[in-house]
Ligand binder design. Structure first.
Ligand code: RRO
Length: 304
């Protein structure tokens, strides 16, 4: 397996291909397994202040080659129950990034502190779930609300803060700028793209919740555009996510300005060997195009 180490906001990772939030993050053991299979870091599922069941089924609709639409509804056991999962993953040697959501700055700050104490090496604030009332992108589309959350978390923890932003906005770079001004150390782009499937047989939306979020190959061009715009506006590292299935996809994100990437949806089809495949493929691309380091390739498409 390729050994391209990377630094994001002062933290070193063994490689730049991370497990995205929302897949395989339900337990400490599943996080540890993803790490052992080659993820550079593993990001937990998004954890809130109290247990939450999520939406009724169906919560996922498969779209073949395009990817899938989900409306899980932020199901999670709540931070008090989840702390032990972070500790389990840490004990097994995993490098854990805590993903969290809340309804207000105080909730974010409290969960952030619990995650730091449990051993998270960085935090990824979910400011971007595309369909949750009063949560996610309803906070993250508003630069003022987003800033208040980040300021509160900044006061509460010492570890780096990544702000995960929504593509469902006219100016993602403006959100990134507000996030960085408030104290974010890195930006993750993108969360899923608001989407819907309608059944022409049942004459209703396929998902029980109606609206959902699209992920997978169909969103890669949207993710690339967001990373491109954000890279032009802010100086902090950008972590690219959205539709990455191959080393070449990851390389495209790096050229657009990402310092590292996350994989999610493709794991459900390809399995855990994807981490090695993407990492090796990325290294092969770097070599083929004459880059002596990953760092040298970050944002290279802007300089052409
Ligand atoms: O749980 C979800 O339905 C969900 C979340 Br938290 C998110 O951040 N993005 C998404 O597509 N679904």
């Amino acid at each position: 397996m390729a050994k391209i180490s990377v630094e994001v906001a002062g933290v070193s990772f063994q490689n730049p291909v991370f497990l995205a939030s929302g897949i395989w993050g339900e337990s400490g053991l599943s996080l540890a397994r993803a790490f052992k299979k080659g993820a550079g870091a593993v990001i937990t599922k998004s954890i809130g202040p109290v247990p939450r069941e999520g939406y009724p089924n169906p919560t996922v609709v498969e779209l073949g080659e395009w990817g899938l639409i989900n409306a899980m509804g932020l199901p999670n056991p709540g931070i008090k129950n989840y702390r032990a999962e972070i500790e389990t993953a840490k004990k097994a040697g995993a490098v854990v990034v805590g993903s969290l959501f809340g309804a207000n700055p105080e909730e974010f700050a409290t969960i952030a502190l619990a995650m730091e104490r449990a051993g998270a090496i960085s935090l990824e604030l979910n400011l971007s779930c595309p369909h949750a009332k009063g949560l996610g992108s309803e906070i993250g589309q508003d630069p003022t609300a987003l800033s208040e959350v980040i300021l509160a978390v900044r006061k509460s923890v010492r570890i780096p803060i990544w702000a995960k932003l929504t593509p469902n906005t006219h100016d993602p770079a403006a959100l990134a700028e507000a996030a960085v001004k408030a104290g974010a150390d890195a930006i993750t782009a993108i969360n899923t793209v608001r989407a819907m499937a309608i059944s022409s047989k049942a004459l209703r939306p396929v998902l029980a919740h109606g609206l959902g979020g699209l992920s997978g190959p169909a969103v890669k061009p949207i993710g690339l555009a967001c990373v491109w715009q954000i890279y032009e506006r802010v100086k902090v590292p950008v972590i690219g996510v959205g539709g990455i299935t191959t080393g070449e996809d990851a390389f495209e994100y790096i050229l657009a300005g990402a310092s590292a990437v996350e994989v999610g949806t493709a794991l459900s089809k390809k399995g855990a060997s994807l981490f090695h495949e993407v990492c090796d493929g990325l290294e092969a691309q770097l070599e083929e195009h004459g880059f002596s380091s990953l760092k040298e390739a970050v944002g290279a498409a802007h300089r052409k």
